[in-house]
Every structure is written in C-alpha cells, then in structure tokens.
Ligand binder design. Structure first.
Ligand SMILES: [Fe+2]
Ligand SMILES: [Fe+2]
Length: 173
C-alpha cells in the first residue's frame, strides 16, 4: 500500500506535469503565431512528453493501490518575447521540476519506500535529459543573437523532433 504522503506528493507532481504541458502549449502557440514551425513542433512533442509523465504517475498510484486525485491546473504565462526568452524559461522550469522530483525521492528514501525510489529513478534520469536538451537550445539561440541565419537553422533542426512513447508506458502495454 502506498504511503499517503508519497501518494499526495506524486498526485501533486502529476498535476505539475500537466501544468508543464500547459506552459509548453503556450510556448508552442507563440511559435506557431510567429512562424517558427520547427520550434512549434519541438514544443508540441514536449507537450506530449509532459502529458505522458502525468500518465506514468497516474498508472503508478493506481498500481500501488492508491488513489489519483485531480486538481485544477494553473494558467500559464502567455507573454513571450523571443525564442531565447522561451527556451530560457523552459530550462528554468525543468530545473524546478528536477527539484520537485528530488524532493519526492527524499521522502521515499526517508520512509524506505523501495518500490517508489526504484520507480522514480526513471524520472531522475529523464530530468537530466530534459535540462540538457533545453540548455543546449539556449546555447544555440545565444549564438543566433548575432547571426540571424543561425535562428532559422535552429528552427529547422527542432522541426525534426519526433515523439516517442516513454519507456514506462511503452512496456506497460
Ligand atoms: Fe515532465
Ligand atoms: Fe519536462
């Protein structure tokens, strides 16, 4: 049986993953309206990833005999200045998510919930990738500040990103 504190923490994080999806939807919308179709594609994939993260949490709470409780999702910022502003915000946001995942891990370790610590490892590793992906794009966009050609190169590069079902969902079928 899932400890109530762990259950609440995972339910909260599941909500935060959907909030993340909302933020990325807002970013996608800005890119669509400004004509950056590659960056819009990257964000569309990011939205799907965040929703799938919430799904993984939903499945885990149920699997452990807990109960998923859904709450309201906060509205995202809709005022974006530039591709750099967006990806810097995305990078900062992923660092917040990492901190939250680590807090749940701390709790699971504290109460010796071994199943949850093992399950959470996937998210710990995923956050390393999430931060790296965002920071890499930030670095490229900083270069693009002095060379507009680079901006369009980055845009077309990000247009190639495709969504793959995260492994915890792919193996759950
Ligand atoms: Fe996520
Ligand atoms: Fe993320």
């Amino acid at each position: 049986m899932l400890d109530a504190r762990v259950q609440d923490a995972i339910n909260d994080q599941s909500n935060f993953e959907l909030y993340s999806a909302y933020i990325y939807y807002s970013m996608q919308s800005w890119f669509e309206s400004e004509g950056f179709s590659g960056m819009a594609n990257w964000m569309a994939v990011q939205v799907k990833e965040e929703i799938s993260h919430a799904q993984i949490m939903f499945d885990y709470v149920n699997e452990r005999g807990g109960r998923v409780v859904l709450k309201g999702i906060d509205g995202p910022n809709n005022d974006w200045e530039s591709p750099l502003h967006i990806f810097e915000t995305a990078w900062e946001h992923e660092q917040i998510v990492t901190g939250r995942i680590h807090k749940i891990m701390d709790l699971a370790l504290e109460i010796k919930d071994h199943a949850t610590t093992q399950w959470l490892q996937w998210f710990v590793a995923e956050q390393v990738e999430e931060e790296a992906a965002a920071s890499e794009i930030v670095a490229k966009l900083k270069w693009a500040k002095d060379a507009p050609g680079v901006l369009f190169q980055v845009d077309s590069e990000l247009g190639t990103r495709v969504f793959n079902l995260p492994s915890p969902l792919a193996t759950a079928e």
